[in-house]
Design a protein around this ligand. Sequence first.
Ligand code: ADP
Length: 464
Amino acid sequence: MNKKINILISASILGLLALSLIQGYLINNTYKLKKEAFINDTRRSISRIDDFSPTLDSLSNIWQEDLLTTLTDYKVKTATKTDVINNLQRVINSINELFKQGYQKELLKNNIPYGIKYHKSVKHIILMDSISNDTIYDYKKMPKAIILGDSIPVKNELYISNTLWETDHLDTREIDGKAVNTSLYLMFHTEDVMDIDGWKTEVFKQMIGLLMLSLLIFCFVFGLLYYSIKNLITQKKIADIKTDFVNNITHELKTPLTTLSLASEMLKNPLVKKDSQHFDATINTIERQNKRLQKLIDQVLSNSLGYKEIKLIKKPVEIEAYLNTVLDDFSLIPYTKNVTLNRVFLAKNKVIKIDKFYITTALLNILENAVKYSNDDCVITFNAEIDSDLKISITDHGIGISEENHKHLFDKFYRVEDKALHDVKGLGLGLYYSNQIVKAHHGTITVKSEKDIKTTFVITLPIN
Ligand code: ADP
């Protein structure tokens, strides 16, 4: 059964883990899709901004015309490639602030609410020729990029588009006093990138519902599983306790029943019938075993009462006198063990209001346990003192109780599982009932014990 429960628990935990992994995977996928969709939407919204804005368009014309002029100079060899690049860089620097401002205004006009940074970076400048192409600029070979717009850290760059500007240009230059016509065919390759400020927050906002729902479902399934497993373990514990109880009570009933059947057989014997002494002894045995059976049944019936069901009839009693009578009666019980009882009372002339019948039962349960769970020489110390409450400690130097069992001691039907205790009879009701009685008096009962050394039960009862 234990093995089955362990397998069930492990399987459920693995199942939950697998479900969580699948859920995590799906959320991650949704996140990627949402992110892609969001970026694509933004890309679509801004992709044509610089094409349709007159301000941005006129700024573009400035650097484009300037570039074509310096390229013509390059063609007639009055400028070098470096001159072309430096000049382009200079013109772009001079218009960059205006371009950035113009771009942000366009964003506002197009109702794009989140902060966007944008730039166009030059990739290649190539002069095409029927014989060979002349590369003026190649971004891979240059230490510094030429950028129009905001600067964006590489890790944040989100690609928008590639643009190819192809144009032919005719111009005239005066060389050595002669007008020379030049023509060029230009391929100007740029890449547009953006950075969306706080895109993660935007995507998160879109996913919050899904995340909350997933979390809720996870908590619900986890709670359900936890509750079911807890219930299963409790049921198993209860089933174990019931089995133990049935075993214990069968064990307890066996001896008196066997004795009773033997004794009744004996009564049928004519020899016993004639021997009045033998006859009386057998009748006494029947009586004793009958009482024992009665006591067992009473124990099961009454000792199972909870503290709310116990009806107390409280009366004031003089503490020392009362405890002395309880201990005197206890001393009269014949035991097979050597029992020594020490009394230490610090409660002279004090009165307490209790139900004598019930408190006596509780005290006797603990005293009888002290004998039951001791070796042949049993020394018990009974201590009573008054603080603000009456505090009774009962200490024995018997087999003791290991720490892990302390918390269960007062549970119904609980008995410490110890092979050495196999022959010590009991139903696991004594301490449960004592605790219920003390609780009904609004008191407490605690245990302090070290295995194989000693055990002390402390009962605290309010004086009033
Ligand atoms: P029972 O004695 O009928 O088994 P109790 O409720 O009186 O039931 O006690 C519960 C368990 O607590 C006992 O089975 C025993 O293992 C342990 N126990 C109680 N008192 C003592 C004690 N003085 N010393 C050691 N073990 C004890």
